[in-house]
Design a protein around this ligand. Structure first.
Ligand code: NAI
Length: 327
């Protein structure tokens, strides 16, 4: 028997929500034979817009979509949820200090974590998309002590996909030729896209590109792509972010292909010198519905320095939310 999966999406009326919901309802999140129920969580002023999106979802007559609920109450929205996509967040506005940003997001992700703790299904899987994603995931996780910590993850899959596509374009190969890409660290400008373990045509990618390109073009292009999209589009990445969220959950549930891995921010077990508990991006495979960190990669001085810089930023964010009493 195939069970219906309840998927809760927060920030459902936002631009990522608009790109995401139709793909979930069409079966791309879990697979083409898994029926889904959608639960849309919004803040009161955006509930009406969410209702409009729900009308459009109805109008698609998706065969797998069994129902849509809309709420501004986290307890209701997460009730019985199997998958939670936490997209709605408080963006940084002009002049906002980091402490204010973290505090505002603590006010969102703390209560949502508690609601997940108290009301979600036992197999709940959480992906945080809303920024600062890694630290928001940590806040939600710490508010949900009854949920296994490993169920709280943050999205670096968009960064991963950007890195695949930049490298494939450089080497003029299809993206399907690229394997074992890794994003390390934080979903921020300090992230480290690693070509020393990535392979193209079975050979190490870093050996197929110029060192200058890797250092001065590839890394900053991937890390600053979000800002470049805002500059060009006048709005932040939405469809590509939704696509990455679909990829992340799809692989978490269905597994990653043999001979390859992907990137996801998951709670560290201390691997690669990343302090335990910090939600950092790693090279990961998914087996039997669980993420596992790929072990045994050799990290040279160039990579070490960059991984450490991004992880240090995560540790600083963790310490800041600790000081604010948010975790
Ligand atoms: P948006 O502003 O279009 O939509 C956000 C929605 O969240 C709004 O409809 C708002 O009403 C809702 N919201 C705010 N607080 C909420 C709460 N407490 N509960 C439920 N809903 C709430 O923003 P967009 O473009 O959809 O982006 C959403 C987030 O995703 C942002 O934080 C953005 O920075 C982040 N993002 C993350 C990426 C990643 O790779 N991890 C990539 C792109 C965006």
């Amino acid at each position: 028997i195939v069970m219906t999966v309840k998927v809760t999406v927060t920030g459902a009326a936002g631009q990522i929500g608009y790109a995401l919901l139709f793909r979930i309802a069409s079966g791309q999140l879990l697979g083409a034979d898994t029926p889904v129920k959608l639960s849309l969580l919004e803040i009161p002023p955006a509930v009406k817009a969410a209702e409009g999106t729900a009308m459009e979802l109805d109008d698609c007559a998706f065969p797998l979509l069994e129902g849509i609920e809309i709420s501004d109450d986290p307890a209701k929205a997460f009730d019985g949820a199997n998958v939670a996509l936490l997209v709605g967040a408080r963006p940084r506005t002009k002049g906002m200090e980091r402490g204010d940003l973290l505090e505002a997001n603590g006010g969102i992700f703390g209560p949502q974590g508690r609601a997940i703790n108290d009301h979600a299904a036992d197999d709940i899987r959480v992906l945080v998309v809303g920024n600062p994603a890694n630290t928001n995931a940590l806040i939600a996780q710490s508010a949900a002590p009854d949920v296994p910590a490993e169920r709280f993850t943050a999205m670096t899959r968009l960064d991963h996909n950007r890195a695949l596509s930049q490298l494939a374009a450089k080497l003029r190969v299809p993206v399907t030729e690229v394997r074992k890409m890794t994003i390390w660290g934080n979903h921020s400008a300090t992230q480290y896209p690693d070509l020393f373990h990535a392979e193209v045509g079975g050979k190490i990618a870093a050996e197929q590109v110029e060192e200058e390109w890797l250092r001065d073009t590839f890394i900053p292009t991937v890390a600053k792509r979000g800002a470049a999209i805002i500059e060009a589009r006048g709005a932040s990445s939405a469809a590509s972010a939704a696509n990455a969220a679909i990829d992340h959950v799809h692989d978490w549930v269905n597994g990653t292909p043999e001979g390859d891995w992907t990137s996801a921010a998951i709670p560290s077990d201390g691997s690669y010198g990343v302090p335990e508990g910090v939600i950092s991006s790693f090279p990961v495979v998914s087996r039997n519905g669980r993420w596992e960190i790929v072990q045994g990669l050799e990290i040279d001085a160039f990579s070490r320095q960059r991984i450490d810089a991004s992880v240090n930023e995560l540790v600083e964010e963790r310490d800041a939310v600790k000081d604010l009493g948010l975790i």
